[in-house]
Design a protein around this ligand. Sequence first.
Ligand code: AMP
Length: 271
Amino acid sequence: MKIFKDKHILQKEILKTKGTSFVPTMGGLHKGHISLIKQSKKSKFKTLVSIFVNPKQFNNKSDFRSYPRNTKKDIKLLKKLKIDYLYIPKFKDIYGFRPKNKVFLDKSSKKLCGKFRKGHFEGVLNVVNRFIEIIKPKYIFLGKKDYQQLYLIKKHIEKRKIKSKIIECKTIRENNGIACSSRNSNLSKSQMKIASNIFYYLKNLKKKIKKNYSLFKINRIKKDLINLGADKIDYLENFNTKDFKKIKKPNKKYSLFFAYYIKKVRLIDNI
Ligand code: AMP
């Protein structure tokens, strides 16, 4: 595994190859990231993982500061996984140039997380656009856990006619049901239990509303989540996964999207 901190040196190296399969991350690696990396390794291209905690996608400074970082441990893990390249840029390497493509922000960026984290998706698209220009990856592996992010990146790529192909990867979960997330490391054992109870409650709810949609009473459900130990709920919505619009009745392609807090930790998922 070769480690790069400078985009020019990285670019020189990847120019020699047929192309790269890119797995962008913010570090704090877990089973979800590992699954993306393993899928990337099955492609015919070299696997390039990045670790960059992008300050521009945090709408809150203390959230940025408390975001879990463990680069030493991450490097050890990536070596074991035998990836080809690791890119750990500094802020200036990413933001010290003017990208050719303007970011395209689909109007669905104003929904769900976009409504509650002002500027978040602008920050995500900004950094992804820059990574794409630096790396020009053949494939980009993204997790469905962050489905709205994946959807918006796909829209940007389509609109700007970028040649990279997005590979959608399924959500990996802990044994207790909750989606693996770097943020889980900020939860205590009892808070993990709350998250797990909430996951099973919502999973069960989804089954019920498939049969009888009138059971989807948001205020009632929010109250139940508070009783289960959530401290604040940002949203709880059923969205069609193809056009990212709220559904009126259940059809085949919808997911239940939710975001809530346990104390200061914000958790998002979709089932
Ligand atoms: P992050 O480091 O949180 O920015 O995530 C980097 C990539 O890993 C994104 O494409 C995420 O959607 C993906 N990812 C995060 N958690 C999971 C998970 N539990 N299962 C699958 N992919 C995930």
